[in-house]
Write a protein that binds this ligand. Structure first.
Ligand SMILES: [Cu+2]
Length: 103
C-alpha cells in the first residue's frame, strides 16, 4: 500500500512537470506583438500598452491595459519603452505573458 502511494505521488509530480512544460511551451508559441509602454502600475501588476495587432486575440491596434503575468516582469521598463510582447487571455484577464525590450 505504501508503494502504491509512492507511485501515485510520482505520477502526480510527473503530470505537474509536464503541465508546467506545456504551459511554457504554449507561451513561447504565441505570436509576438509590437507595443509602446504608456503606463506601468507595478503595485497592481498592470501595464498599459499602445499595441499593434495581436493575432492570437484577433485584436486590432489600440491602447489598453493588460495584467502582467508576473508583476516582477515589469521591472526595468518605463513609459515610452518600445517592447515586443505576447498576450493571452488568462482566467478571463488579458495578460502579458512575455515582455521584452524591442531592438
Ligand atoms: Cu488591445
Amino acid at each position: 500500500m505504501k508503494s502504491f502511494a509512492r507511485f501515485l505521488a510520482l505520477v502526480a509530480s510527473l503530470l505537474f512537470v509536464s503541465f508546467t512544460a506545456l504551459a511554457q511551451a504554449h507561451d513561447g508559441h504565441l505570436p509576438e506583438s509590437d507595443g509602446v509602454i504608456k503606463k506601468i502600475d507595478a503595485a497592481k501588476g498592470k501595464v498599459s500598452i499602445a499595441h499593434g495587432e495581436i493575432a492570437n486575440l484577433k485584436m486590432p491596434p489600440m491602447t489598453m491595459t493588460f495584467t502582467a503575468k508576473d508583476a516582477a516582469m515589469l521591472k526595468g521598463f518605463k513609459e515610452g519603452d518600445k517592447v515586443r510582447f505576447r498576450a493571452a487571455e488568462v482566467k478571463g484577464n488579458l495578460t502579458v505573458v512575455t515582455l521584452d525590450a524591442a531592438k
